[in-house]
Structure formats: structure tokens, C-alpha cells
Design a protein around this ligand. Structure first.
Ligand code: B16
Ligand code: MG
Length: 227
């Protein structure tokens, strides 16, 4: 017997679209303007992390101390550069199989929610034409605590009127998996199994999953559940 899944909550950056590459370009430009080196490794640490905490990470790395007003200016600058890149996005920028997988969930009555740290999430959903798939969107504008706090997913489940143990969270960031586990959700990590090893299952991307497989995932067997 497999536990039925009533809802799926998706992280955005790195799960549905590859905006991490845009965050990287914009943060690197900002860090270098302050004389601070910014690497791919640094970018990995910032996945799922809020804008303000991302800036704090960079300033800590460069041992730079700034006033609150200066920090706000820098975040605005980074976001302007980031949005210039996002403005070029279109439906082809969805990661492979995303459209098909969301369509399958929708036609089988599985509720769909977004649980993203990004305050730009709605713009990206609109640019890629997937807003109509979502029964709820919870993002950086709606939460007090960022991942690894479970708030974004707990709010999403509440808005969908489902329980965490009826819901799978899809995440590409260690902080996101931690957040979902803290909220009592099933978790599928998308990406590197070393980084996401706490998840119930890790697969390379949504390209490797369809609705039929979702019904018989090993961790949904009643006897073998962490959630
Ligand atoms: P913004 P997710 C996160 O989105 C990104 O992974 C993270 O790198 C970014 O700093 C954060 O959103 C805030 O984004 O500056 O657009 O508000 O992965 O939780 O969908
Ligand atoms: Mg992400």
C-alpha cells in the first residue's frame, strides 16, 4: 500500500527554472564591485537563501561592514541586475519536463503550490506561462522566516488545505530540504545526492519523474515513511 499524495509544493529556482545562473551573475557583479571574490561554491551556499541573508554572506566573506541604508542600496542594485536577466525569460526557459509534469499533476487532481524564497517568484511564473497551474503561491513576500525554517511550506500546505504527510516538496537546495523535513513533508531533492542526502529521494531533475512513478515511490510505502 502506498500513501496517496494530495499535493506537491515546488521550490522555484533550480527546480522549475534555472535562475541560479542569473543570481550568480548578479551577485558576482555586486561582490566584485566591492572587491570581494564570488565563486560557484559561494553561489551554491546561497541557493534557497533570502536576498538579505545572501548579501550578509558576501559582506561577511569580504569582511565589509556597511550601514543598513547601504545594504538596502546594494540589494536594490543586485535585484535590478537580476531582473534585467529575468526579463529575457520565456516558456522555453522551463527546465526539461516541467510543463508535462505539472500538466499531469493537474489533470490527476493533485494540488500544486509554490514554496520559494524569492520575492521575484510571481514575475518568473508569469514569464514562463505556468501561473495557471498553481493553486497557491507562497514566496519571499509572504514569509517572516526563510528556509531552513519550514514556514514557506507550512503556509503552502495550509493554503492548499492538505497535511504535510500528504504532500511532497521538490527542492534543489539543502536549506529547502531541511525546511521541508522540519515541517514534516516528504521531500524529493533535485540535483546532487551529496548535497541533498537528507531528502527521502534524490533524482537529477524533474526530467526523471512522471505521475505514474509518483504513485509508487518507495518512501510512500506505509511501512517505510519518515514523514
Ligand atoms: P530574490 P528559491 C531563492 O529562490 C534562490 O534560490 C536564492 O538564491 C535567492 O537568493 C532567493 O530565492 C531570494 O531571491 O532575490 O529573487 O527574492 O530557490 O527558494 O525558489
Ligand atoms: Mg531553489
Amino acid at each position: 500500500m502506498y500513501k496517496p499524495i494530495k499535493a506537491c509544493l515546488f521550490d522555484l529556482d533550480g527546480v522549475l527554472v534555472d535562475t541560479a545562473k542569473y543570481h550568480f551573475i548578479a551577485w558576482k557583479r555586486l561582490a566584485e564591485s566591492l572587491g570581494i571574490e564570488f565563486t560557484e561554491h559561494d553561489n551554491e551556499q546561497l541557493k534557497g537563501v533570502s536576498r538579505v541573508e545572501s548579501l550578509e554572506y558576501i559582506l561577511r566573506k569580504g569582511k565589509v561592514q556597511l550601514s543598513q541604508a547601504e545594504k538596502i542600496d546594494l540589494m536594490d542594485t543586485k535585484n535590478t541586475w537580476y531582473l534585467e536577466l529575468v526579463a529575457t525569460m520565456h516558456p522555453d526557459d522551463l527546465l526539461p519536463n516541467v510543463w508535462k509534469f505539472l500538466s499531469e499533476l493537474k489533470s490527476n487532481g493533485v494540488k500544486i503550490g509554490l514554496g520559494s524564497s524569492s520575492k521575484n517568484a510571481q514575475i518568473i511564473l508569469d514569464k514562463t506561462n505556468i501561473t495557471p497551474f498553481f493553486d497557491t503561491v507562497v514566496d519571499g513576500r509572504h514569509v517572516t522566516f526563510s528556509k531552513p525554517h519550514p514556514e514557506v511550506f507550512v503556509k503552502g500546505a495550509a493554503q492548499l488545505n492538505v497535511q504535510p504527510h500528504e504532500t511532497i516538496v521538490f527542492e534543489d537546495a539543502a536549506s529547502g530540504i531541511e525546511a521541508a523535513l522540519a515541517g514534516g513533508f516528504y521531500t524529493i531533492g533535485l540535483g546532487d545526492a551529496n548535497i541533498l542526502r537528507a531528502a527521502h529521494l534524490v533524482i537529477p531533475s524533474l526530467q526523471h519523474l512522471n505521475y505514474t512513478q509518483l504513485l509508487t515511490l518507495p518512501f510512500l510505502e506505509n511501512s517505510n515513511s519518515k514523514a
